[in-house]
Write a protein that binds this ligand. Sequence first.
Ligand code: UDP
Ligand code: MG
Length: 313
Amino acid sequence: MKKLISIVIPIYNEAEHLKDSIILIVNQVNNLGIPFELIFIDDGSKDASWNIIMELHTIIPQIRAYRLSRNFGKEQALCAGLEKAEGDGVIIMDADLQHPPKLIKDMIEAWKCGAEIVECIKVSRGDEPYINKIGSRLFYAMLKLFSGYSLNGASDYKLMDRKVVNEWKKMDERNVFFRGMAAWLGFRVEKIPFSVDKRAGGKSTWSVKNLVKLGIKAIVSFSTIPLRIVSVLGVSFLLAAILMIIQTLYMKFSGNAVTGFTTVIVLLLIIGSVLMISLGVIGEYIAAIYNEVKHRPRFIISEGTEKKSEIKS
Ligand code: UDP
Ligand code: MG
């Protein structure tokens, strides 16, 4: 029996080019002659994306689509997609053709040759603004330093074997960082290099603010080293304090106690800032724990298409 491939696509405000992009993806997969299903997760789009998905659903029987009750974010939309996918192999890709559909063939071949995760690695980041390119380098360097995971060039464009998806689904955390969690799972990974294409239309939703938020979320969920840095800072300041105490006492007993006003101001400012940063770091972890213990659903599906009883290629 031929193995079923699921293609999970998160969609947020992609109406401008969605129809053309999906038809292109479907044509690519149709040429491979394998059974497949398309799982669309509309992540609370405010434009006509859902109507276009419904229109495509009437002409492409392999489509199953789910609409989230609001915009939950790409990572959460991916969770919904992986939850709904039923394929023996599950491909995750963007709707904007920045993940070239022609790679699907190579991914499936690598999977059939025994790879359990096929990961497409960005060798060039396309026409991304420079600030994003520098920011992402900095972020991956920090992540490597803090967590030991080298994710430079990693993308969400992946194929995961059913066995990997089942393990992924056991990771019940709210703070989802898909790329990192997929790396954490292990398994036999095959890498395929690719250059990020231009967006098919519309514009990226990733503002610098969102990227910084994702960066903090990723580091907090993958490493506790920032907390250790707070402790190390505390110890270093204690050592400095001992030296200062000795010096101050010496000054006092040698009759020069009134000088040193500048030192006091500088020390106050340094200690104040370090304390605030430390509190901030601890606060990030407490916020992460708070979000986990609330145990709210990761996403809410407000409507969806019926599952087709039989999916043919
Ligand atoms: N996306 C989503 N929810 C969001 C933001 C984005 O589902 O809140 C989808 C979007 O429709 C696209 C993919 O995630 O299919 C990647 O988004 P985008 O192109 O904006 O990110 P970039 O390619 O710039 O990283
Ligand atoms: Mg994109």
